[in-house]
Design a protein around this ligand. Structure first.
Ligand SMILES: Nc1ncnc2c1ncn2[C@@H]1O[C@H](COP(=O)(O)OP(=O)(O)O)[C@@H](O)[C@H]1O
Ligand SMILES: [Mg+2]
Length: 239
């Protein structure tokens, strides 16, 4: 579904990713771990066609070369991005926030079951309960769930989640993770999730990569990372 090959990423003269390669198959759940500044967000931005950064290399999505296309075209090809800063519209109702994620039918893959408003409310009943309240009335964790649900309203074929549990309390982190897993189980959406590290997430992934200073230094089954105490320690920034 997605193939990134030898991608170099730059901010001006500064290169922040070096010959990064990644292939994701339809339905896969892939995690990319890496410490702050490893280049995870830059990789997602390059994938979405956002500038900065500038990028050089090959990105193929559903068999089509998308490198160099503008962001709205890439989004319309079916990539849904949940940025790390959870942009919700604080002055719009939760229902409006969700409806803003909808896409015109012509942009959606044919023959797939659609994620609709009722699904958003089903996966996260609080959104239903508060549907006529303003976005600003949600807590950080609830805003995160709203952003994920809104992105799903666009029925992406590939879902990109940038540190969905960053800065959340442990019990809220659990809720967000549960919602993501339930959506995946129900809709089988191909997903790449980025985190600094998450033991709780690891066991649910099909594959995981580790980025360090703009390089993919690990790409294997989750159990391989699970057993690599040294690498885990490095990701957690201890020892
Ligand atoms: N807008 C920017 N301008 C210049 N350098 C940037 C910019 N954004 C990120 N960087 C640099 O790119 C590198 C990777 O950052 P980033 O992709 O945000 O990492 P991560 O998401 O893994 O924390 C870091 O060295 C960071 O300082
Ligand atoms: Mg980041």
């Amino acid at each position: 579904m997605l193939k990134i090959k030898d991608l170099d990423i730059f901010y001006g003269q500064a290169q922040v990713a070096f010959k990064t390669s990644l292939a994701v198959k339809e339905g896969e759940f892939v995690g990319i771990f890496g410490r702050n500044g490893a280049g995870k967000t830059s990789l997602f931005r390059a994938l979405m066609g956002l500038r900065p950064p500038a990028a050089k290399g090959d990105i193929t999505f559903k068999g089509r070369n998308v490198q160099g296309l503008p962001p709205h075209e890439i989004a319309n090809l079916g990539i849904g991005w949940v940025p790390e800063d959870r942009k919700i519209f604080p002055n719009l109702t939760i229902r409006r926030n969700l409806l803003l994620g909808e896409k015109a039918e012509k942009h959606l893959s044919k023959g797939k079951r659609r994620f609709k408003l009722d699904d958003a409310y089903r996966f996260f009943p609080k959104l239903h309960e508060l549907r006529d309240k303003l976005g600003s009335q949600l807590s950080g964790g609830e805003q995160q769930m709203l952003t994920v649900a809104r992105t799903m309203m666009g029925n992406p074929d590939l879902l990109l989640l940038d540190e969905p549990t960053e800065g959340l309390a442990p019990n809220i982190t659990k809720d967000v993770l549960k919602m993501i897993l339930e959506i995946r189980a129900d809709f089988q959406v191909t997903t790449i999730v980025v985190e600094q590290f998450s033991e709780a997430l690891l066991q649910h992934l099909d594959r995981c990569c580790v980025m360090e200073m703009g390089e993919c230094i690990f790409d294997d089954r989750p159990s391989a990372l699970q057993n690599d105490e040294e690498l885990k320690r490095r990701l957690l920034g201890v020892g």
